[in-house]
Ligand binder design. Structure first.
Ligand code: CO
Length: 501
């Protein structure tokens, strides 16, 4: 028997900016691997745009017909779009992780997923199976001549930057031991030539349990490690991201606890055993980058943060802009991601935390109340005072919904611009690419893959970051869809095939 929607639900539905079946279409598996010149292009690719966009995300949402429970459990698939002389070349390839290779050969799931995907056979088959599958699906970075696919709970996979062929696990010149974690959110400190500071890649490894140890590594542009240091904090920590300033690495220890028993007993994935305590506080942890000084911990209200936007030091204070959820987003018991009711899941909002280190206090204010995720900014402003913030956003200004728009916020004037692909387009993380001769902070382009439900394929859209409200200046139409992804980066090197003279 079908249940009719109540009048209240019908009202809510009439204001929806999207259709649920359209949205689900972007979460179909993409088992195929492609490599081609993109020839279906609306508009002209700016000649100054040269380099390669790399994206990572789950490429498979099922393993030979068995749907995974959460997209975060999907095997990592890298897409690259290489730009040169007004042309663009697309390629995608799965990361040949040990798990991907074994499961594709066996034609069935062999591992449990951190976010609840279970092996077939019920709890008995999953009992005490703690083997994690390094799915390499979260981020992809190019640093020191290496292209690395990252997944926070294990080692990076190194890939060939042009062919995207998997070269194997990368232990960062002996820094990592087999099974060591390496977070999926490195931050690139742009450095400061005036102070003779070169750029650095800063990343961390987290070990957690009754207490947590955060180990931080900093790498020179050559890829060589410059320094490592670590600090321990009491309690369990679930830290997906960090933020940097010239003097600190900053973490949010949100009020979550971990109940391992359903995981050990094979009933739930580890990620489903995280419990949020709204009555407790968030600890904002500042670890000095000198590697010696003691850490500082400042209390803030409860909330859950996956991603930070930026942080900076100003007027003897530290400011941190982060995307805050009022609860840990999770799915109801027995539900898969395809059945999610957006109105019942908390929405992300951008909040600014103003930390007074001398007084050990925190003030906070909401910068963007609209549901949003996946921030971007000029790479030269990371860890520095900045003016322009770009972020994936919902089409409507209130309520939770999938990302369909990009929002640009001028943090000086409060002015906002919005470009929306609603009703049939679904947005992913925008990446800001500075104009090579850029004069201002917003002189550049925003690149974002969208899922275009009308074509059931993906488009890469390019927006002029100075004025996003005019819509894409170029739309590159891919011949297929790319499932909704996670993170990516743009590098100035062109990693496409040789261009004919
Ligand atoms: Co992330």
């Amino acid at each position: 028997m079908q249940t009719l929607p109540s009048p209240q639900n019908a009202d809510a539905r009439s204001t929806l900016s999207f259709d649920m079946d359209d949205w689900r279409g972007g979460y179909r598996s993409q088992p195929e691997e492609f490599a081609y010149w993109i020839d279906d292009i609306e508009g002209e690719i700016p000649i100054g745009l040269e380099g390669t966009l790399f994206r990572n995300g789950p490429g498979l949402l099922d393993i030979h017909g068995q749907t995974i429970k959460h997209p975060f459990d999907g095997d990592g698939m890298i897409s690259s779009i290489a730009f040169k002389d007004g042309k663009a070349y697309y390629r995608n390839r799965f990361v040949r992780t040990e798990g991907y290779v074994a499961e594709q050969a066996a034609r069935k799931p062999l591992y449990r997923g951190v976010f609840g995907t279970q092996k077939p056979g019920g709890w008995l088959a999953n009992l005490f199976d703690l083997k994690l599958k390094n799915i390499a699906n979260t981020h992809v970075i190019y640093w020191g001549g290496k292209l690395l696919a990252l997944w926070e709970a294990a080692e990076p996979h190194r890939l060939h930057p042009e062919s995207l062929e998997t070269l194997g696990l990368d232990y960062l010149d002996g820094l990592l031991e087999p099974g060591d974690a390496f977070a999926a959110h490195p931050k690139i400190d742009p450095g400061d030539p005036a102070q003779d500071r070169e750029p650095r890649l800063v990343n961390f490894s987290l070990k957690t349990g009754l207490s947590s140890t955060i180990r931080i590594h900093e790498f020179a542009p050559s890829g060589d490690r410059v320094t490592s240091y670590q600090q321990s904090i009491p309690g369990f920590a679930f830290m997906h991201d960090c933020m940097i300033t010239p003097n600190y690495v900053i973490f949010f220890q949100n009020p979550v606890s971990f109940n391992p028993f359903p995981f050990l007993l094979g009933l739930k994935g580890a990620g489903e055993c995280v419990e949020f305590n709204p009555k407790a506080k968030t600890n904002i942890i500042l670890i000095p980058r000198d590697g010696e000084s003691p850490l500082q911990s400042i209390e803030a209200p409860a909330g859950f943060v996956f991603h930070h936007v930026n942080a900076f030091e100003q007027d003897n204070k530290v400011f941190v802009d982060s995307i805050v959820y009022e609860d840990f987003p999770s799915l109801d018991e027995g539900m898969t991601f395809e059945e999610v009711d957006f109105s019942k899941v908390p929405a992300g909002q951008v909040w600014r935390f103003e930390l007074d280190l001398a007084a050990n206090t925190c003030d906070y204010t909401c910068l963007i109340a609209r549901s949003c995720e996946f921030p971007a900014l000029h790479p030269g402003r990371v860890g520095r005072p900045y003016r322009y913030l770009y972020i994936g956003a919902a089409h409507n200004s209130s309520g939770n919904a999938p990302l369909q728009a990009i929002l640009k916020r001028d943090l000086e004037t409060g002015e906002e611009q919005l470009w929306s692909e609603a009703p049939r387009g679904f947005m992913s993380e925008p990446v800001f690419v500075p104009h090579p001769n850029g004069q201002t902070e917003d002189d550049g382009w925003l690149l974002a893959l969208i899922y275009n439900a009308a074509r059931r394929c993906s488009d890469l859209i390019i927006l002029d970051a100075k004025d996003i409200s005019q819509g894409p200046i170029v739309r590159l139409k891919l011949k297929h869809h790319v499932p909704y992804g996670l993170h990516g980066s743009f590098v100035a090197e062109y990693f496409g095939p040789a261009l004919a003279a």
